[in-house]
Design a protein around this ligand. Structure first.
Ligand code: UDP
Ligand code: MG
Length: 316
């Protein structure tokens, strides 16, 4: 039986502190997987240098010479974690049957890659790595992340709870993912849309090996906003609902104003003023909501996502 070729894609942005350890652990894992006949000998570790300003690329070059398992791709500038991942996956899928993406700091336990491959061999196209617990993260990071998953779900975005970008994908799943031509990339939201048979593998998340997080609070918030606005036009609908609500309040106030007016309990000018504020406010919001609805439609059109993904064909 022909064995599958595995590529482990690792994006790196200023990771010189962790790189030697990362190469060591992943190469060792690859050797083990090859020795136990899980994957083919041509399996590789593929680094994607995301425009690092430190010695990351020089280290990658050295490692490619020291180990035949290591390959590298150097991006011309910093394009961000998500785009770097995509660059790696696109490069890998020319050669690989199975592609695993994992962060350079090895916070995600690579020893479960074996389990991921088993699930792949049982017929899954996508295997998500899901964190069992987040003891090693700070209280703040843990809770903001959880709130974010909940918010996403509330807004109707399909995403896997407690899953970051540690996952296995088959070549055909990656090919299908590449058909999603959008620029605002939020892989965690798109991968479930690919829709092939998937499963999860659980692991414990470790603290960062060395160096600092490349996702400070500002970047994290930006990422969250991207995630929401790339997948949901619900915020626009909320504006519309708010407009309707304001108009209804205006109706209530109309009744109140009429009663007050006829019982002579008003200051001159008050009735028309208070009524206009609510009514005009309501109309403006309804108008914005309507315009927003159209912009939402345009937004979805320009993304040019595939309309369907075929999982299997039986033609005879
Ligand atoms: N990363 C990247 N480009 C960036 C920022 C981060 O390729 O602009 C990589 C980084 O090298 C790491 C991964 O994305 O491999 C995740 O970053 P990090 O571990 O700092 O994020 P955290 O785990 O703190 O959320
Ligand atoms: Mg990390």
């Amino acid at each position: 039986m022909k064995k599958d070729v595995l590529y482990i894609v690792v994006p790196c942005y200023n990771e010189q502190e962790v790189l030697p350890a990362t190469t060591g652990s992943i190469v060792e894992l690859l050797k083990k997987l090859v020795a136990t006949d899980m994957v083919a000998e041509e399996s590789r570790l593929l680094y994607v240098n995301d425009g690092s300003t430190d010695a990351t690329w020089q280290l990658i070059e050295q490692h490619t010479q020291a180990h035949h398992e290591v390959c590298g791709v150097k991006l011309a500038g910093n394009v961000g974690h998500q785009n770097a991942l995509l660059a790696g996956m696109e490069t890998a899928c020319e050669k690989a049957d199975i592609i695993v993406t994992v962060d350079a700091d090895l916070q995600d336990d690579i020893s479960v890659i074996g389990q991921m491959i088993e699930k792949y061999q049982q017929g899954c196209d996508i295997v998500y790595g899901v964190r069992r617990e987040r003891k090693s993260d700070t209280w703040f990071k843990r809770n903001t992340a959880l709130a974010f998953y909940k918010l996403m779900r509330g807004l109707g975005v399909k995403s896997v709870y407690n899953h970051a970008d540690y996952r296995l994908m088959s070549r055909r799943a990656v090919k299908q993912l590449l058909c999603y031509r959008e620029r605002n990339l939020f892989l965690r939201g798109i991968v479930p849309l690919v829709g092939y048979k998937s499963d999860t593998v659980y692991y414990d998340r470790n603290p960062r090996l060395a160096g600092e997080s490349k996702y400070p609070l500002g970047k994290m918030l930006g990422f969250a906003v991207d995630g929401i606005t790339s997948f949901s036009i619900k915020p626009v609908r909320m504006v519309f609902t708010l407009g309707i609500l304001f108009t209804l309040i205006a109706l209530g106030i109309l009744i109140y104003v009429l009663v007050a007016y006829f019982s002579g309990r008003t200051v001159s000018g008050w009735s028309s003023l208070i009524l206009s504020i609510w009514f005009v406010g309501g109309c403006v919001l309804v108008g914005l909501g309507i315009v927003g609805e159209y912009i939402g439609k345009i937004y979805i059109e320009v993304k040019d996502r595939p309309r369907y993904n075929i999982e299997q064909k039986i033609l005879q």
